[in-house]
Design a protein around this ligand. Sequence first.
Ligand code: 13P
Length: 280
Amino acid sequence: MPITNLKDLLLDAEAENKAVGAFSVGNMEMIIGAVKAARELDTPIILQIAEARLRTSPLEYMAPLMLAAAKESPVPIAVHLDHGLSENTVCKALDLGFTSVMLDKSLLPFEENVLATRRVVERASRYGAFVEAELGVVGGSEGGTVSHEISCTDPSLAARFCERTGIDALAVAIGNAHGNYPALPQLRFDILEKIGKSCSVPLVLHGGTGIAPEMFRRAISLGIRKINIATANFDCLARSAKAYAEKADKPDYFELSKAMVDGVYENVKKHITIFNNDWR
Ligand code: 13P
């Protein structure tokens, strides 16, 4: 099927009070594992890669794999650039065929964030692509880069940011952080509720690894429609590969590849089940 437009996926999620899982990938096994879970559960997903990961997984190699997986899939799959840090990288992803991009200028002052994001929205519109941006600062470190302090999104600025930039989705900072949380995070649902009431675009929750199922469900009930999972995906692959290596009599690439696929498949399946918000 043609690569899915993220806008349609998030509108469907809104209608069904669900969220779509956005799973970070860094190699072919991760793509295969994520798509296998999506197909099995007949649930759309987003395959994404962040700019910080391109040092080990070059965009020119990853893009064709991700796009091919989406085109081959019988369930809708969108292909997204996560945390684009430079406008150059965002443009490269659009040229390579990504249907969705994030520009992350959240560390800049409000006005500069607005101007840079608006430029990307204008550029993406020529490709019919979807744009996500961040207001406030999600904590932690995406891809081992500098770790950031959490700075919650100011709800009084959120609607103005969406209107002035013309973005399609807003990544919120509500106490969430990238990486493994040292303890269960205290998410600011009060802030999320205010943002949800004032903004008409779908909201995105970053830092999904380690958030409890009931917290995901509450976030979904308050307007979160896209949830990002990266660390858990990489950790599950690494743990599964390690377990294989420890029990293998002799190294076998094909078994190792299968272990990596299985690790990601289990993780994606677990999260899809939660994000589908199915209480039965
Ligand atoms: P985690 O690494 O905490 O799952 O966060 C993923 C993320 O938000 C990617 O943008």
